[in-house]
Design a protein around this ligand. Structure first.
Ligand SMILES: *Cc1c(COP(=O)(O)O)cnc(C)c1O
Length: 408
């Protein structure tokens, strides 16, 4: 839909996150339909954007939730996702998180080590409940993505090697408190190559077959997330080809395919709207200083990530566009949002639009420099509404204030 960013920036202030819920629906539907003819569950990776309205929107479309903390599990529940569509992943879980997840009766806990399995077994025994589990296999496949978001190599902390997975499945099958129902892999994020997925899916499907031969019946084949999107000029994977590669790998097996996309569903459906404060020059270098910063959108500082930045003002009579570094007001040299951004001369109050900010944008926001987190707006079928208030100064000091008074 056509979104009037000016209008919403005026109404709710900047920096402001704006999401296109129609686009999220299109992304979801495209992926779901790619898996048609196969039992599938799209479990949205909540960490990409955990606003309750975003989760609820996807939930209404039929999505489940892939969570990496009990907080995310509770968010998914609060947003109306049914427990049997919730997966709890992550390399480290506290006993208390395991207990709560078991009490919520979620679909399964995804395990990443033998030690974790033993903890889950102990907690399940205490509760007198059988824990449905899956095991994250690290297939040692190079996903050919940014090393910071590669997860499927042995050098990464994620998952267990295939031999270890086998031993864990046998242990789980023989435990009264563990029910091994799933298998999982996730080789990285922002994937743009199909081959590593084909390779990993094939290896893990072979493991499923050898497990079946020893009486371990896997029902959920979780292929993780990681589908890439366009930030600049990437060639993203065609979702139909992606689904076909996976379907091919599990041919002959009776499995529900679980897919855990985050970025693919919400990444290109979000923008960060920011206002220019002023410009400055240091020698030859031109800086455009804006009111959004690394605390609002960390990806450039953290991963050197590229986000397209577009001028929302009419630059015609402002002269030629020249390269500028778009920076925030935070006291860090790493506080930049775009480098070599071609912009005409800007004036205070001009709006800039930062693209593809729907995933790992707001969820990575912090209060660094005591900056309140941005407000969030959702647009759907021609209408926009606020889905999170701007964080106030009072919100930020609330948990400290009483203690200050205690001391007198
Ligand atoms: C981060 C993550 C995802 C989602 O990754 P995207 O690249 O956003 O699709 C899915 N599964 C697991 C286990 C993850 O860690």
């Amino acid at each position: 839909m056509q979104i009037d960013f000016e209008e919403w920036a005026r109404r709710y202030g900047t920096p402001l996150y704006v999401y296109d819920f129609d686009r999220i629906r299109e992304n979801y539907t495209r992926l779901k339909e790619a898996f048609s003819g196969q039992k599938s569950l799209i479990a949205y990776a909540v960490k990409a954007n955990s606003n309750l309205s975003v989760i609820a929107h996807l939930g209404k479309l039929g999505a489940g939730a892939d969570c990496v903390s009990i907080g995310e599990v509770l968010r998914a529940r609060a947003a109306g996702i049914a427990p049997y569509r919730i997966i709890f992943s992550g390399v480290g879980k506290r006993d208390e998180e395991i207990r709560q997840a078991l009490e919520e009766e979620i679909l399964l806990l995804n395990l990443e080590s033998e030690a974790e399995m033993k903890r889950v077994e102990a907690v399940a025994r205490e509760l007198g409940k059988e824990a449905r589990i899956s095991i994250r296999v690290n297939p040692n496949v190079d996903p050919q993505t940014h090393p910071y978001i590669s997860t499927g190599l042995h050098e990464n902390k994620f998952g267990v090697e295939i031999d270890m997975a086998k031993r864990m499945y046998i242990y789980a099958k023989n435990s009264q408190w563990l029910d091994p129902v799933g298998i999982h892999f996730h080789i990285g994020s922002q994937l743009t190559e199909l081959e590593p997925i084909r390779e990993a899916a094939g290896m893990v499907a072979d493991l499923v077959r050898s497990l079946a031969a020893i009486g371990v019946e896997i029902r959920f084949f979780d292929v993780g997330g990681g589908l890439g999107i366009v930030y600049r000029d990437e060639n993203p994977i065609d979702v139909k080809a992606y689904a076909d590669v996976i379907t091919e790998a599990v041919r002959g097996l009776d499995l529900t395919i679980v897919c855990e996309p985050g970025r693919f569903l919400v990444g290109d459906a979000g923008w960060l709207v920011t206002r220019v404060l002023y410009e400055k020059r240091n020698g030859d270098k031109r800086f455009v200083i804006v009111d959004a910063a690394m605390n609002d959108l960390l990806r450039p500082s953290l991963y050197n990530a590229y986000h397209r930045i577009e001028a929302l003002f009419d630059g015609e009579e402002r002269g030629e566009a020249t390269p500028a570094e778009v920076v925030g007001p935070i006291c860090e040299s790493g506080d930049w949002l775009g480098k070599e951004v071609l912009l005409p001369e800007t004036k205070p109050g001009d709006l800039l639009l930062i693209h593809s900010a729907g995933a790992y944008g707001f969820t990575m926001a912090s209060n660094y420099n005591t900056r309140g987190r941005a407000a969030e707006v959702a647009c759907e079928e021609g209408r926009c509404r606020l889905i999170r208030d701007r964080e106030s100064f009072e919100d930020q000091i609330r948990l400290e204030q009483a203690h200050l008074e205690e001391r007198g």
